[in-house]
Write a protein that binds this ligand. Sequence first.
Ligand SMILES: [Zn+2]
Length: 189
Amino acid sequence: MRRTDPQPLASRLAAAQRELDAFPKKTKVKDRAEKHRQAARKVARLHAKIRRQRLDHAHKAANFLVRGADVIAHEDLALASMVRRPKPRPAVDGTFESNGAAAKAGLNRSILDAGWGVFLDILAHKAECAGRELIRVNPRDTSRTCPECGQVAKENRDREGFECIACGYGDHADRVAALNIAARAGLAL
Ligand SMILES: [Zn+2]
């Protein structure tokens, strides 16, 4: 039976880290009091748990994508970090992975960011094994470009989503990015 998590792992880790931080920093590991050791073990255990969950999720998501599409396009990770975009999104035959929703807390975000490279490695491996094509595209302005008329403006994006200031095209922001990624990959939808 699956144990239900009353608290998301990220906030449990944050709490455990705060507890650990309350102990004196410079204490050598062998001189630590039992409570201090317990706190350190708890942080390590939660880190490991998050790592396992992330890997499990990455495998499931990659399987889903590889099963459902012959061609998969995603933003180039190296380029994405250069242009300081939060995260690339895969676009698959018109479907897309919404990945912004969970990235609220800074801690949450860093966990997801660190996981993205791992996910892309897993995806690349599965795609190759299954004979699927994986296309990396330049992530520049994928969330600011209108998929309808090509207008590029940061004003196209607001808290509500995407609305083109030139032609009025409106859509969910993640879907707009996915459409642009697919178009750059040369995928006809
Ligand atoms: Zn437009």
